[in-house]
Design a protein around this ligand. Structure first.
Ligand SMILES: O=C(O)C1=N[C@H](C(=O)O)C[C@H](O)C1
Length: 313
């Protein structure tokens, strides 16, 4: 139950000609494991689950289990806004060998807290031996899992082991750990706040930036877990521009754009996500060059207009 900690990377879902690209998925997973990521996740926000069919979501989980081969734990994103679908995907994830499920707050519907308690409670009861991590992302879901609700769920359902917190509210983490117990496993879900949240007791992060910077993210988490805060702080500052760049357009558009330049996947995402602008691409290129993700372009050669080969710049 306690195998989740550190950098659990929410992988993008690579597409080729509209279909899930198995070869690209393998490249992404191998790169992550080689870099020392503590765990992987599919079907999180970054994985565009809202545009995948039920069958595709199950296929993606099964594919990830097959490719990971037990080397790191897989936290499968299994939540939808429907209880029946969430139960189906969660049961499937357990059956095929995921290590746990990340279950998002049912979005759009704006359930009240009692509704959330019952929804998550039914999911937990359906898979009593399967670790569940609640996914609190009020900005996208339109509703927050209140501290009291999360603590109540933790108390009543032992397999609800933690919560991913995608919000700028750092105080929430302290309040949650105080109320639910310090051994409840909180994961930061907003890249730039990984270090601050881990300093108050979160055990790791589920951050899209780790798709670009897997080693640095895993190291920052590991150092923080070991109490080496000064070294971790350096990595916190190192990653700030990349963290910001994730949101220069809707996640995962910037992420996939750069990963495509790195030769890891096609530059494809699904509607309703649209193309980004040339201005954002130019900024992304500069950012990616500065982190060494892509080689620096050769400086433009000087213009030679003179037959004597005199250079005019
Ligand atoms: O996919 C995720 O998990 C995350 N998605 C968030 C978002 O896109 O809003 C941000 C964070 O990187 C984790």
């Amino acid at each position: 139950m306690s195998e989740f900690k550190g950098s659990i990377v929410p992988l993008v879902t690579p597409f080729k000609n509209g279909q899930i690209d198995e070869a690209a998925m393998e490249r992404l997973i191998e790169r992550q494991i080689a870099a020392g990521s503590h765990g992987l996740s599919v079907g999180g926000t970054t994985g565009e689950p809202g545009t995948l069919s039920l069958e595709e979501r199950k296929y993606l989980i099964e594919l990830a289990v097959k490719l990971i081969k037990g080397r790191v734990p897989l936290l499968a994103g299994t939540g939808t806004l429907r209880l029946d679908e969430t139960l189906e995907i969660t049961r499937f994830a357990q059956k095929v060998g995921a290590a746990g499920a990340l279950v998002i707050t049912p979005y759009y519907i704006k359930p009240n807290q009692e509704g959330l308690y019952r929804f998550f409670g039914q999911v937990a009861q359906a898979v009593p031996d399967f670790p569940i991590v609640l996914y609190n992302i009020p900005g996208r879901a339109g509703v927050e899992i209140k501290v009291e609700t999360a603590a109540r769920l933790r108390r009543d359902f032992p397999n609800i082991i933690g919560l991913k917190h995608s919000s700028k509210d750092v105080e929430y983490v302290s309040e949650l750990l105080r109320t639910a117990g310090r051994d409840f496993r909180v994961f930061c879900g907003l890249e730039a706040l990984t270090f601050p949240m881990m300093c108050v007791g979160a055990v790791g992060t589920i951050a899209a930036t780790a798709n670009w910077l897997p080693q640095e993210t895993a190291q920052m988490c590991q150092l923080t877990l070991e109490g080496k805060y000064q070294e971790a702080l350096e990595l916190h500052y190192y990653g700030l521009e990349a963290n910001d760049a994730i949101f220069w357009d809707t996640n995962p558009i910037p992420l996939k754009t750069v990963l495509s330049w790195m030769g890891l996947l096609e530059k494809e995402w699904r509607a309703p996500l649209g193309p980004t602008t040339p201005e954002i691409e130019a900024r992304l290129r500069r950012m990616a060059e500065s982190y060494g993700l892509i080689p620096k372009k050769e400086p433009h050669p000087p213009v030679l207009t003179d037959p004597a080969k005199k250079e005019y710049v």
